[in-house]
Design a binder for this molecule. Sequence first.
Ligand code: ARG
Length: 588
Amino acid sequence: MFHALSARIDAILCDAFQALNLPIIHARAAPCSRPELADFQCNGAMPAAKAVGRMPRDIAEAVATRLSTHAAFSEVSMAGPGFINMRLAPSLLAEAAAELLGDLRLGIEDVGQGRLVVIDFGGPNVAKPLHVGHLRSLVIGESLRRLLHAQGWRVIADAHLGDWGLQMGMLTSALRLRDPQLPWFISSFEGPWPDTAPVTLSELERLYPEAAAACRNDPERMAQARADTAALQAGDLGLLALWRSLRALSLQAQQRDFASLGAHFDLLLGESDAQSIIPAMIDDLRTRGMAEESDGALVIDVAQPNDRHDVPPLLLSKQDGAALYATTDLATLVPRVKQMQAACVIYVVDQRQALHFEQVFRAAEKAGFKDGVQLEHVGFGTVNGPDGKPYKTRQGGVARLADLLDEAVAKAAERMAQSGHGAGFSEEEKHQLARKVGIAAVKFADLSGDRLSGYIFDPDRLVSFEGRTGPYLQYACVRIQSIQHKAKDHGVPVGLAMPEARTERELLLACLAFPDAVAEAARQRQPGVLAEYAFELAQRFSRFYAECPVLAAERAEQRAARLAICHLTGLLLARSLNLLGIDVPERM
Ligand code: ARG
């Protein structure tokens, strides 16, 4: 089994603490906050001293003395109020790096052990094109899908399409108004109904906002929409056939956007798929006394005595019995838990829906649907415009996802022309490269930092070959590959040796931090942790490469060792980008 560097050091610290009769829970090391002083530091002497009633500096001194004879360290010292600073022995770095390179999983721990996690992300609504609000769910969700899969989980990604409810009735009633003679609306029509929708995609995308506005302004139109919704939900065959054709039409376009972003789904189920179990679920909840009447509606009280904020009851059904968002989410959980046997269900949805998920999770617990399954809402902040408010188009409308990506791709093409990337490519190759670069830029910006904070979408800044950007990382990857390519004539790299130069050992240390970066990113459901790691790794590679000639190294074994470091860095950088869902071009 592979041991992450931090785990190896913790084990050594543990032995030392134990030998000195100190509580081993404090025997923990972390990368040193000041790398110029040490590689790792342990702050455990302070709490350990408190526990045994001695002076922190004495404890730190004793631990440091003990550790300094250990082969893993080249230097151990005590500093400040009782910090233990450790410099790792070059032999340990070389040995650990060789082990990492030889491990097929690149040190990624098998956390999932074959358990199932369902990731619910994307969640677009039928008839609406994907907009900027879907970007983060798709990008963060896809990265979590890859991270958890790499950690040994079985993963089912489900798009949970918003394909049911009033919006569908709004559409069908608007179509009926336009053309009552369509076969779907004729009660005596016996089918088969046409498979294709009576509108094109762009007509559909225009129709929906029109219909929604009409319903808002005209009670008559709203009544028609409600009537259609009720008829559809009651199983009207014509309306169902029409609904199916509209769903398929809009899904086609949505799948194109999923593909642009490289988001993969195992299931394209939707709200409609949960409807058949809702009546029985409601009956059951009512008989078991979980659901109660309130102002003519049926609700589940989910407030808890220690609530610091108000958690209103979950609305199960209104007077007219129409399906509700929360009811559908509750019902969708049943097959995920019972049939699929998920151990964990993760919802990657805008943080503004936090209360909704709180209500659903509590209701699931109360109703006994949870069955030990871990339910998590992985929220995220909004994509903002330059004014710091949710991003809008210049006309003030909601920005389409495809337009947003196109804007980034156009910027990428412009930057490529300025910087000489893609020089000598055919027009088609340039176009392909600009797409990869532009989309990587958007994805990296979206994944960076804490997912709960929003960020400003500024193509000028995020599409750059310099700094903390997707294109910078892509280029770092391509550069390493090209070094390796050129090295082919020099024979195969024989193996990692002890680092000589400072930048070389710092690069090795960064390589060795990969397993921990993946583990943390997955544990916190924060791909940003891995994004930051990848950036740091690429930077350390640049510094190493600037200082240490690789192909032109003085000695043959030095060249071989440095090539091996390039190889390891290349693997780890490529794997990091892959786990973030960022494609790397072959050349750029
Ligand atoms: N369709 C929903 C919306 O547009 C998002 C769905 C999120 N997933 C869920 N299981 N509720 O707001």
